[in-house]
Structure formats: structure tokens, C-alpha cells
Design a binder for this molecule. Structure first.
Ligand code: AQP
Length: 332
């Protein structure tokens, strides 16, 4: 089977609807046809302001949500990034191949460093894409499903793989990014031209996977729409309603025109009530399963440890080959 690698940062207590629709739902399908590695990238999350107890908690919660959403640890390799030390080790080697100018062109760094300011911006945030390249290349990955915003990082990963292979001999598969369709992009309910994000400035526009169903329904009822009053997809002129339609379609597997027809001549209130039912029905069982898993952290840790051993086996093979090729003395 071809290899797939993807991951998410444990940067909040709960994942949000964009993570679920844009990533988890696709991962769940892809794990059937790919030898999939899904990691909870805790080392990456350390590039954001953090607190140790919270980071531990968020890491477990993120892993539990992967499983609750249908990522099966017996089918896919689902593990925590820091449990496989080869990630940090390969990142160092790759950083010696990455141009300073090349890394400086990464738009995510430009955006985030502007947000954090001179003092809040760390070298770790700057080398984030190099660690991501290590994540992907360790597993001889064929495809990387990512959002549009991560495409530049996968391009860097490809450049680094090709550079290494040309300079030292082939150690890496050159991965291909698989970018989700525009309709898989979910926007903030209060600010429907900004992507829904775990780190959104305000909570009112974010649908959390682990939120109380009543709170979720309330947020949907309060979502920003427009004054036209017709349920119609038009991203340009009706970003709020279009976003709600995309969520509706993604969670029901229905086509947008069929949903428009169902709500033709009915107001936004009805449509939002319908959507609230859809979302609560979908998230409810996922939430229950995740909370059950979190009730038994020892068992969850056991599953993560077993999966980390499986990941480390593959990763160590690549790293050993890389160490040989660059001229590091073999470890004994
Ligand atoms: N709004 C979204 N619509 C579609 N897909 C989304 N993803 C995130 N938001 C949306 C996808 O979820 C995965 C999570 O990636 P991440 O946790 O590494 O960080 P992110 O993309 O930056 O997601 P967030 O929620 O906005 O996190 P923070 O606030 O921590 O930066 C990726 O596959 C992403 O495409």
C-alpha cells in the first residue's frame, strides 16, 4: 500500500469543525487504501504559547478525538510525535540543508511571527517547516493530505528530499501534497471570510467537536448570514450561508443543490435548525466516544505507546540510512 502521512497540533482542548471536516473525515476514508501514519504533533504545538500541564492534556484529548472520529489504531499508525525521537533528530540534519532565505519565505512564519511580535517569535517557529519535513520524510511518504495553507511547507519538504537525494544518494521518497477541495474549507461562523481555527480570537464562531450539544446548536442559530433570506450558495456575496451549506453537505454527504431545494422558500431559522440537528447528531457520538476514551487515560497511553513503537521502527530505518549517508559515525 502507498504511504500517507498527516498530523494535527494539540493546540486546544477540542478540535473544531474545520479540523473534523477538512482533515479527520478524509483521513478516515484514506486509511482504507493507504498505509497511514497520523500523528499528534506536540513538538510543533510547542511553537505556540503553552503551558506544560495543558499541553499534556491537549495531546491526549487530540489523540482521543482522532480515534473517536474513526481513525483506527489497529489499521493506521496513530501516535504522538515526541514519542519518536527520530523526528527531532532528522529535523536537525534537514536544518543544515535548508537555506535561511528559503525558510524566511514561508508565509505561515510571516503571519504567525507578526501575530506573536519580535519577543514572542521563537527560532522553533522559524524551523517549524523543517520539523514538518522530517515528519513526512521519515516514513517514505507518498502522499500528504493538507489544507491549502500547508502546501508551501510540503513544497519545501519536496525540495529538501530532492536536495538530500541528489547530494548524498537516495534516502527519501519525494512526497506529493493532496490539497483538499475548496468546499472542504470551513469558515468562522461569526466572520465567514476567515477560516475556522482552534486559535480564533473569539469563541462564538467556532464549532468545537467536544462542546456541549446545546452550546453547538446555539452557535449555529447565531451564525452570521445576510439580509436576502434565501438559502443559496454564493461564496462571494453570501459567505455566511455558503459556509453553513458546506458544513451541511459535508456532514450529510448530500449535494448542495439538493439542500438548497429542501430549504427553498423557507427562512434562515429553519435552515439553521436543520443544520444544528445535523451537526449535533454527527458530533454527539464522537464526543461521547472521546470522553469515554479520556476516562481511561492509562489505556489510551498504552495504545499510543504501541503505535509509537510501530512508527519508530519505520522512522529509525530512514534515520539510520540518513546518518550513514551524511557521514555520522554509526551508533553502537
Ligand atoms: N477551517 C478549516 N477548514 C478545513 N480544514 C481545516 N483544518 C484546520 N482548519 C480548517 C485542517 O485541520 C488540520 C489541522 O491542522 P493543525 O492543527 O496543524 O493546524 P491548523 O491548520 O492551523 O488548524 P487550526 O485549527 O487553525 O489550529 P491552530 O489554531 O492551532 O493553528 C489540517 O489538515 C488543516 O488543513
Amino acid at each position: 500500500k502507498p504511504r500517507l502521512y498527516s498530523g494535527m497540533q494539540p493546540s486546544a482542548d477540542s478540535l473544531q469543525a474545520g479540523n473534523y471536516i477538512g482533515a479527520l473525515l478524509q483521513w478516515r476514508d484514506l486509511q482504507e487504501t493507504y498505509d497511514a501514519f497520523f500523528s499528534v504533533v506536540d513538538l510543533h504545538a510547542m511553537t505556540q504559547p503553552n503551558n506544560p500541564a495543558e499541553l499534556r492534556e491537549k495531546t491526549r484529548r487530540t489523540a482521543a478525538q482522532y480515534i473517536a472520529a474513526g481513525i483506527e489504531p489497529s489499521k493506521s499508525t496513530l501516535y504522538v510525535q515526541s514519542h519518536v525521537p527520530a523526528h527531532a533528530e532528522l529535523a536537525w540534519i534537514l536544518s543544515t540543508l535548508t537555506g535561511f532565505g528559503e525558510a524566511s519565505r514561508m508565509t505561515q512564519f510571516k503571519d504567525k511571527s507578526q501575530r506573536y511580535g519580535q519577543d514572542g517569535t521563537t527560532v522553533g517557529l522559524f524551523t517549524y517547516p523543517v520539523l514538518m519535513a522530517a515528519d513526512i520524510l521519515l516514513y517514505q511518504t507518498d502522499i500528504v493530505p493538507v489544507g491549502e495553507d500547508q502546501k508551501q511547507h510540503v513544497e519545501l519538504t519536496r525540495d529538501l528530499a530532492e536536495r538530500f537525494n541528489a547530494r548524498y544518494g537516495k534516502a527519501f521518497e519525494v512526497p506529493v501534497p493532496v490539497i483538499q477541495k475548496d468546499t472542504a474549507r470551513i469558515y468562522d461562523l461569526q466572520n465567514p471570510t476567515a477560516k475556522m481555527s482552534k486559535s480564533a480570537a473569539t469563541d462564538a464562531g467556532v464549532l468545537w467537536l467536544l462542546d456541549d450539544p446545546k452550546a453547538t446548536a446555539k452557535k449555529i442559530m447565531r451564525a452570521v448570514t445576510d439580509s436576502e433570506g434565501s438559502v443559496r450558495y454564493d461564496r462571494e456575496n453570501k459567505p455566511g450561508v455558503s459556509n453553513l451549506l458546506v458544513i451541511y453537505a459535508a456532514l450529510t454527504g448530500r449535494q448542495i443543490p439538493a439542500i438548497e431545494d429542501e430549504y427553498a422558500g423557507r427562512g434562515y431559522g429553519d435552515f439553521k435548525k436543520g443544520l444544528a440537528d445535523v451537526v449535533v447528531n454527527e458530533f454527539g457520538p464522537v464526543r461521547e466516544r472521546a470522553l469515554d476514551l479520556l476516562d481511561d487515560p492509562a489505556e489510551l497511553d498504552r495504545v499510543l505507546a504501541a503505535n509509537a513503537r510501530r512508527a519508530a521502527e519505520v522512522a529509525e530505518r530512514t534515520l539510520g540510512d540518513v546518518y550513514d549517508k551524511v557521514g555520522l559515525l554509526r551508533r553502537v
